[in-house]
Every structure is written in structure tokens, then in C-alpha cells.
Design a protein around this ligand. Structure first.
Ligand code: BTN
Length: 220
């Protein structure tokens, strides 16, 4: 069962770093690392992830033979865990409530060695420093980080076992960008959903493009 083996820290540099070290040492599928506070929490695109102590779920899972759609499946699982708040997903895996970010996901790993680390930062009571960020508490959700962890783990377990078409359908139902004008480093266009590979589809003046990785921003 995912999370059955758990290393919990009061303070740690980054749960992703610790989980990667454990994965390299042979930790089994589902090994969980959690921390009350991180001194060097990492986000996507080289950014940092900062949360006040004990105010966010800070977790990383070692996953062996992860599915290709892991980043999307994880985002859907986090949305499940945030219910009854209604979440949307900004491609590929930022989780939003009412246009503000409540959770971020950082997947790292060694695909050639058959493992990935799934890192999740979910603001529970945090009043995050980041602009346009929110918390579960701000939307009437629980303030109990352990309760949120239980929901996230069961969501991940369920979404990892689900067929890819179900994950894609659940992700598409929560797509925050569809129909929106977006821009990225090399261009701009209208977001047109995701391909079955998880790539973001964008209609541009020059035709339809599929973005596999990177960062997109809403133009407005
Ligand atoms: C992002 O939105 O940029 C992704 C943020 C991911 C943050 C989490 S917090 C737990 C885990 N450990 C890290 O160092 N990062 C992830």
C-alpha cells in the first residue's frame, strides 16, 4: 500500500531530495517522505517552494514503474483530496481553487531505472507568500494536515490503478486553460485541451501545436 513505509521529519531540506536518495538506495514502491518544514523546497522550472512550518502537506512518494501520465494522475488525485472544494488544473499539474494555486506537483526521477519521485506541496492552512496562492482552510476545508495526507494517498492509489482514458477524462473535466489565451517562451495561442500523451494542445496562427513540457501562462 502506498505510504505504508513512511519517513517523517520535523525539518528537512526537501522531501523530494530525501525520497530520491531513498529510491537510489532501493526503497520500495510507495515509500513516503513527509516534513513539517522544508529549508530548500523545490518547485518546477527551478523555482523554490516555501511554506510556513506545519501549514502545508509536504510529501514525496517513491514510485516504481510509474505510468507515463503520472503528473496528470497526481493532479487529479490532489483535486479529489480537496473536495468539496472544486479544483481546476492548470497544465500540467498546478491545482487551483477559484483561480489561485492551492497545490503544486514536482515529478522527478530516473525513467531509465524505472522509478520516479512524486512531490506534492498542498497549502492546508498556509497563507502562502506567493501571489495568487490559496489554502484549503481559506475555502472551508480541513486544517488537519494528516487528514489531507490520507485523502491524497487514497486518491493517488486509485488514480494510479485507473486506466489512462479515465485519468485523461478526469483531467480534461478540470482543465483550467481550455479556451484561454496562453503564452509561453516561444509563442502564444488558444489552449485547446490535452492530447492522449498529456501534451498541451494550442491553436496558434500557424496551426495546432502540442507542448510537451515547459511553462505556459494565461495571457490576461
Ligand atoms: C510547483 O508548483 O512548482 C511544484 C511544487 C512542489 C513542491 C513540493 S513540496 C514537497 C516536495 N518537496 C519539494 O522540494 N518539492 C515538492
Amino acid at each position: 500500500m502506498i505510504g505504508a513505509t513512511r519517513a517523517h521529519y520535523r525539518i528537512l531540506d526537501s522531501t523530494n531530495e530525501r525520497a530520491k536518495a531513498l529510491a537510489e538506495e532501493g526503497a520500495p514502491h510507495g515509500t513516503l517522505v513527509t516534513a513539517e518544514e522544508q529549508t530548500a523546497g523545490r518547485g518546477r522550472q527551478g523555482r523554490s517552494w516555501v511554506s510556513p512550518p506545519r501549514s502545508a502537506l509536504l510529501m514525496s512518494l517513491v514510485l516504481r514503474d510509474p505510468p507515463e501520465l503520472l503528473p496528470l494522475a497526481a493532479a487529479v488525485a490532489v483535486c479529489d483530496a480537496c473536495e468539496p472544494a472544486s479544483c481546476r488544473i492548470k497544465w500540467p499539474n498546478d491545482v487551483w481553487i477559484d483561480g489561485s494555486k492551492v497545490a503544486g506537483i514536482l515529478v522527478e526521477g530516473r525513467p531509465q531505472l524505472g522509478w520516479a519521485v512524486l512531490g506534492i506541496g498542498l497549502n492546508v492552512t498556509a497563507h502562502p507568500a506567493e501571489l495568487h496562492a490559496t489554502s484549503l482552510q481559506a475555502h472551508g476545508g480541513t486544517t488537519d494536515v494528516e487528514e489531507v495526507l490520507r485523502h491524497v494517498l487514497s486518491g493517488i492509489e486509485a488514480r494510479l490503478a485507473a486506466p489512462a482514458r479515465e485519468v485523461l477524462a478526469a483531467w480534461r473535466d478540470r482543465d483550467a486553460l481550455r479556451g484561454e489565451q496562453v503564452r509561453w517562451q516561444e509563442g502564444e495561442g488558444i489552449a485547446a485541451g490535452i492530447a492522449d500523451t498529456g501534451a498541451l494542445l494550442v491553436e496558434t496562427a500557424g496551426g495546432r501545436l502540442a507542448l510537451d513540457a515547459g511553462e505556459v501562462h494565461l495571457s490576461r
